[in-house]
Ligand binder design. Sequence first.
Ligand code: HEM
Length: 553
Amino acid sequence: MALQTPIFLNNLTKTCWRNFQGDQLNKQLFFAVRSLHKSVTSEALGVSATEEEAMSNRLIKPSEVSDKTKIKTLKEMPGPNTISNLIEFFWKDGFSRIHEIQLEHTQKYGKIFKTRFGPQLVVSIADRDMVAHVLRAEGVTPQRGNMDSWKEYRELRGRSTGLISAEGEQWLKMRSVLRQLIMRPRDVAVFSDDVNQVVDDLIKRVCTLRTQQPDGATVVNINDLFFKYAMEGVAAILYECRLGCLETVVPKNTQDYIAALNLMFSSFKTTMYAGAIPKWLRTLIPKPWEEFCQSWDGLFKFSIVHVDKRLSEINAQLQRGEEVKGGLLTHMLVTREMSTEEIYANVTEMLLAGVDTTSFTLSWACYLLARHPHIQQQIYTEIVKNLKPGAVPTADDVPNLPLIRGLVKETLSRFFPVLPGNGRVTQDDLVVGGYLIPKGTQLALCHYSTSLEEENFADALDFQPDRWIRKDTTDRVDNFGSIPFGYGIRSCIGRRIAELEMHLALTRLIQKFHIRLSPLTPDIKAKTHGLLCPGAPIHLQFVDRELDALSSS
Ligand code: HEM
C-alpha cells in the first residue's frame, strides 16, 4: 500500500519565527501554532510534554543555517545514477528488495541521498535526527506523496477521497472528525469485547486447522489466518458487523472483497504504474489502469453494502422511535459530520490500510516468538502473573502487560516495519543535512535503516522486547529511530485499533499455546510487496500449554 499530509503550519511557524522578536501578536500566534504542533507530537508518539521539549531543542532554527555559503544544492547530493537505478529495480527486481536497497544505498551514499525514478526525484533520509527535523517542520495538512491516480479514479466514478487520498482542507476536516473517535487508546478500549469475540474465533480456527495436518499441531501459512483475523477484526469495528472470514466457508461477498484486495496487492507493481503511465498511453497499455479501477470498484462496493445496511437499520430504528446505539459507523452516520460519500471513502480506505499491515505484523511477531522460545516463556510468565487463570484479557489489562507491547514494538518498530519507509512532500524550502531541499520535493523517510542502527538501538540485531520497558519516567527509547505508524498529524489513524487487535490476539495465543516453528519453515527473509511481507510461507505449530504440561509431568 502506498500511503500518502500539509505545510501551511510550516510557513506560518517560520513567518512567526521571523517576526517573533518584535511583534506581540505574532508572538502569541507562534506559541499557539507551536503548542498545536506539540500536542500533535505528544499524541502521535505518546511522549510527555517534558520529553517533547527536550526533542524540540534538536530542531534546526533559521539562525543555524544563516551561513548560506555552507548550504549545498540537490545537484551536490550523492545517489545512484538513473541507469543503475533502472537496472536495480527493473532488471534485478528491486521492487521486492526495497528495504535491502534502502540499507545498501545508505551504506554507499550516506544518510541523505537522491534517487531518480524517471522524471520523479526522491530524496531519501536515513538519519533519526534529520527525519525528526523534517517531520517536526511539517504543516497542518502534510502531504505524503502523489495521490493523483487515486484521485483520478474517485473523480471518474464520482466518489469522494478518504483520509489516505485526501489533501488540504478536505483531509483536515475528515481527520478532525476521525481523530476524536479512534486516536487514543481509551477511545478504542470500548471495542475490546468485539475484538475478543473475533479472537475467540481465531483460537477456534487454529484448533480446527491444526487437526488437518499430520502432526495435529501445524497451521500452514499463518498469514492466511491472520489476514482473515485482521479483516474480521477491523470490519467488526468499522462496519459493526461480522463478515464470517474465520468460518470454514467464507461468505461469497467477503470472498469477492478479498479477491479485490488481492488484485490491488498482487498487481502492486502494475498499479503503481497505473499512476505513472501517461493517460495518452493507456489505450496502448490498458491493463494497469483497468486493474487499478477494477480493484477499487470491488473495494468500494463492499464498503457501500455494509454502510448502507447499517444506515437502513438506523433509519428503521428511528422510525420505530427507538434510541440508536452503536459504534464508529453509527456515530458517523448519525452525527453527519461527514457526507455519506465521505463515509464510504473513509471506511474503504481504512479497511484497505488495516488488514495486511496488521496481519503481517502478527505473522512476524509469532515467527519471532517461535524463534526465541525463552522470550516467549518470559512473556507467558508475565501473562500468568497478571491475569487470573483462563481470564480473557481486555484493553484494561494491556498496560499491565508491558512485554506484550514490547513484543509488538520490537517486531514492528525494529525488525519488520511493515511499511519500511514513509513519504512526505516538502511544502516549503527546507535545509536538511546541509542540503537545500526545495518546496515540492518528494522525501522518503527510511526507518527500516534507522531501526537497525546501533546508534539508535543498542544491540540492534538482538530481539529484545524488554528494551521497550521504561525503567523510570526519564527513560525512553528515541522514537524517531523508528516510527512504524508514521508521525504527527498525518500519522496512522488506525494505530490504536491495530494495537488492540494485536495485543489481545497475541496475549490469548501465548496464554493458550506454545508457538513453535514447524520443521517445514525455512529461515524466512522479508520481501517488499508494497508492504514488508514474509518471503516464504510461515508454518507454525500451536501446542496446547495444558496438554504439554500434562505430557511432560
Ligand atoms: C500494524 C498495523 C499498521 C501499521 C504499521 C500502519 C502504518 C501506517 C503508516 C506508516 C501510515 C502513514 C503515516 C504517516 O504518513 O505519518 C499510516 C496511515 C494510515 N493508516 Fe495505518 N497502519 C496500520 C494499521 C492501520 C489500521 C488498522 C487502520 C484502520 C483501521 C489504518 C488506517 C490508516 C489510515 C486511514 C492512514 C492515513 C492517515 C492520514 O493520512 O491521515 N492503519 N498507517
